[in-house]
Design a protein around this ligand. Structure first.
Ligand code: DC
Length: 237
């Protein structure tokens, strides 16, 4: 973690920018770029659910069985970088940064994320990670950050995009092949995930940024405009 990201004083509150949204909304790239421009840390909360799904698959566990998931959660040793310029995720010392993006993990992750005891424990972990990182601010992205994890964050944003645009973006990310299959998988995962947390409608006080007609830079600017107008955090950069 570089010095520029650290807090000026030990007791200054950590400024939280909470960003939720569905798959393919651009959430991850936008949040990371916004964090870099703000000089903040960046926490990708989906990575924890992905890492747990990877861990369960390593154990040969059935990720659709809550009891089996809870069993492997017992020895889930998780670490993640909050530096937007140096991202890594580790489970028990193994670097899983790339492995957690594999389709087999993506297919399994909704099962893991639906277990209430897992959600409660990882939410506590997210709050501890942010509080103990020694950063002056953190952009935290996920599905329930604006509503459950940091409902009192000074900046809360729901990043949306039209379903067909989200599917096209995800297909490009994955190399552009079989766009119809990618779209079907994305909508299936959204449907499964939205039974657990509603990330398709903004909770009261949450500002919507619709990236349907915006490219990455324009979306980052739109997010930073919300940050500016809400807490003037960019002045401190
Ligand atoms: O954003 P992502 O695709 O990496 O998220 C992986 C999965 O984790 C996704 O299927 C939904 C779930 N998730 C969640 O339930 N709550 C969060 N705060 C973040 C992700």
């Amino acid at each position: 973690m570089t010095e520029s990201l650290t807090k000026p004083s030990a007791d200054a509150p950590v400024a939280i920018v909470a960003i939720d949204g569905p798959a393919g909304s651009g959430k991850s790239s936008v949040s990371r770029a916004a964090a870099e421009r703000l000089g903040f840390g960046f926490l990708d909360t989906g990575a924890a659910y992905r890492a747990l799904a990877w861990h369960a698959l390593e154990h040969g566990s059935d990720t659709s069985d809550a009891t089996a998931v809870l069993e492997v959660f017992g020895d889930f040793d998780y670490a993640i970088s909050l530096d937007p310029a140096d991202r890594w995720v580790r489970v028990g010392g193994t670097d899983v940064t790339a492995a957690i993006r594999e389709p087999r993990v993506t297919d399994a992750v909704s099962g893991v994320a639906r277990v209430p005891a897992v959600r409660q424990a990882v939410n506590d972990l997210f709050r501890r990670l942010v509080a103990s990182a020694g950063l002056r601010g953190v952009v935290v992205e996920g599905r329930d950050i604006t509503t459950v994890v940091f409902p009192d964050a000074p900046v809360r944003i729901l990043l949306t995009a039209a379903p067909e645009v989200r599917a096209a973006r995800r297909s490009t990310e994955l190399g552009g092949h079989d766009a119809a299959a990618v779209a079907a998988a994305l909508h299936k995962r959204d449907a499964a995930d939205s039974t657990v947390v509603d990330f398709l409608t903004a909770a009261p006080g949450v500002q919507v940024v619709d990236s349907t007609h915006l490219d990455l830079d324009q979306t980052v600017d739109a997010v930073l405009n919300v940050v500016d107008s809400t807490m003037g955090a960019r002045d401190g950069r």
